[in-house]
Design a protein around this ligand. Structure first.
Ligand code: FES
Length: 103
Protein backbone atom coordinates (compact mmCIF):
# COMPACT_ATOMS: atom_id res chain seq x y z
CA UNK A 1 0.00 0.00 0.00
CA UNK A 2 1.28 3.45 -0.86
CA UNK A 3 0.03 6.25 1.35
CA UNK A 4 0.33 9.95 0.73
CA UNK A 5 0.29 12.43 3.59
CA UNK A 6 -0.20 16.13 2.84
CA UNK A 7 1.03 18.69 5.34
CA UNK A 8 0.18 22.37 5.56
CA UNK A 9 2.74 25.14 5.47
CA UNK A 10 2.99 24.90 9.26
CA UNK A 11 3.76 21.15 9.06
CA UNK A 12 0.37 20.08 10.41
CA UNK A 13 -1.07 16.95 8.81
CA UNK A 14 -3.99 17.80 6.54
CA UNK A 15 -4.76 14.21 5.69
CA UNK A 16 -3.47 10.83 4.55
CA UNK A 17 -4.90 8.76 1.71
CA UNK A 18 -4.07 5.76 -0.44
CA UNK A 19 -2.33 6.60 -3.71
CA UNK A 20 -4.17 5.38 -6.80
CA UNK A 21 -2.57 4.02 -9.92
CA UNK A 22 -3.19 6.13 -13.06
CA UNK A 23 -4.55 9.05 -11.05
CA UNK A 24 -2.89 12.36 -10.26
CA UNK A 25 -2.03 13.16 -6.67
CA UNK A 26 -4.37 16.16 -6.83
CA UNK A 27 -7.32 14.06 -8.03
CA UNK A 28 -6.80 11.50 -5.28
CA UNK A 29 -6.36 14.22 -2.65
CA UNK A 30 -9.63 15.85 -3.70
CA UNK A 31 -11.45 12.52 -3.66
CA UNK A 32 -10.28 12.14 -0.06
CA UNK A 33 -11.16 15.72 0.97
CA UNK A 34 -7.54 16.74 1.43
CA UNK A 35 -7.24 20.32 0.29
CA UNK A 36 -4.46 21.44 -2.03
CA UNK A 37 -4.92 24.84 -3.73
CA UNK A 38 -5.39 24.66 -7.51
CA UNK A 39 -6.47 26.60 -10.56
CA UNK A 40 -5.25 25.42 -13.95
CA UNK A 41 -4.92 21.62 -13.57
CA UNK A 42 -2.23 21.80 -16.23
CA UNK A 43 1.09 22.47 -14.51
CA UNK A 44 1.09 26.16 -15.33
CA UNK A 45 -0.17 28.27 -12.41
CA UNK A 46 1.88 26.78 -9.57
CA UNK A 47 -0.91 26.92 -7.00
CA UNK A 48 -0.76 23.17 -6.33
CA UNK A 49 2.98 23.16 -5.70
CA UNK A 50 4.11 20.94 -2.85
CA UNK A 51 7.51 20.14 -1.42
CA UNK A 52 8.36 16.46 -1.37
CA UNK A 53 9.48 15.68 2.15
CA UNK A 54 9.77 11.93 1.74
CA UNK A 55 10.07 9.47 -1.18
CA UNK A 56 10.58 11.94 -4.03
CA UNK A 57 11.98 9.12 -6.18
CA UNK A 58 8.56 7.43 -6.35
CA UNK A 59 6.81 10.40 -7.94
CA UNK A 60 6.40 10.92 -11.67
CA UNK A 61 6.34 14.72 -11.85
CA UNK A 62 5.10 14.82 -15.43
CA UNK A 63 2.45 12.12 -15.38
CA UNK A 64 -0.20 13.88 -17.47
CA UNK A 65 2.03 16.45 -19.16
CA UNK A 66 5.33 18.29 -18.61
CA UNK A 67 5.35 21.19 -16.19
CA UNK A 68 5.27 24.69 -17.61
CA UNK A 69 7.38 25.76 -14.63
CA UNK A 70 10.94 24.93 -13.71
CA UNK A 71 10.90 22.78 -10.59
CA UNK A 72 13.55 22.01 -8.01
CA UNK A 73 14.14 18.34 -7.24
CA UNK A 74 12.02 18.54 -4.09
CA UNK A 75 9.08 20.33 -5.75
CA UNK A 76 6.05 18.79 -7.44
CA UNK A 77 2.94 20.16 -9.11
CA UNK A 78 0.35 17.74 -7.78
CA UNK A 79 -2.16 18.36 -10.59
CA UNK A 80 0.09 16.72 -13.18
CA UNK A 81 2.00 14.29 -10.96
CA UNK A 82 1.29 10.74 -9.87
CA UNK A 83 3.01 7.91 -8.08
CA UNK A 84 5.10 6.02 -10.64
CA UNK A 85 3.17 3.08 -12.09
CA UNK A 86 5.91 0.56 -11.33
CA UNK A 87 5.77 1.36 -7.61
CA UNK A 88 2.35 -0.26 -7.37
CA UNK A 89 3.77 -3.50 -8.74
CA UNK A 90 6.56 -3.82 -6.19
CA UNK A 91 5.73 -6.64 -3.81
CA UNK A 92 7.03 -4.68 -0.84
CA UNK A 93 5.36 -1.44 -1.81
CA UNK A 94 4.49 -0.16 1.61
CA UNK A 95 5.48 3.42 1.99
CA UNK A 96 4.21 6.81 2.98
CA UNK A 97 5.00 9.69 0.66
CA UNK A 98 4.95 13.00 2.53
CA UNK A 99 4.21 16.29 0.79
CA UNK A 100 4.15 19.78 2.27
CA UNK A 101 2.00 22.44 0.63
CA UNK A 102 3.86 25.53 -0.59
CA UNK A 103 0.85 27.78 0.14
S1 FES B 1 -3.26 23.61 -10.49
FE1 FES B 1 -2.04 24.96 -11.67
S2 FES B 1 -0.08 24.04 -11.69
FE2 FES B 1 -1.34 22.62 -10.64
Amino acid sequence: MIKITVQGTDWTDLGTFDAKKWETIMATAQANNVEIPFSCWAGACGLCLCYIIKWWEYINKAYTNPSFMELDEDQVLTCIAAVKDECFDEADANMEIVLKRAI
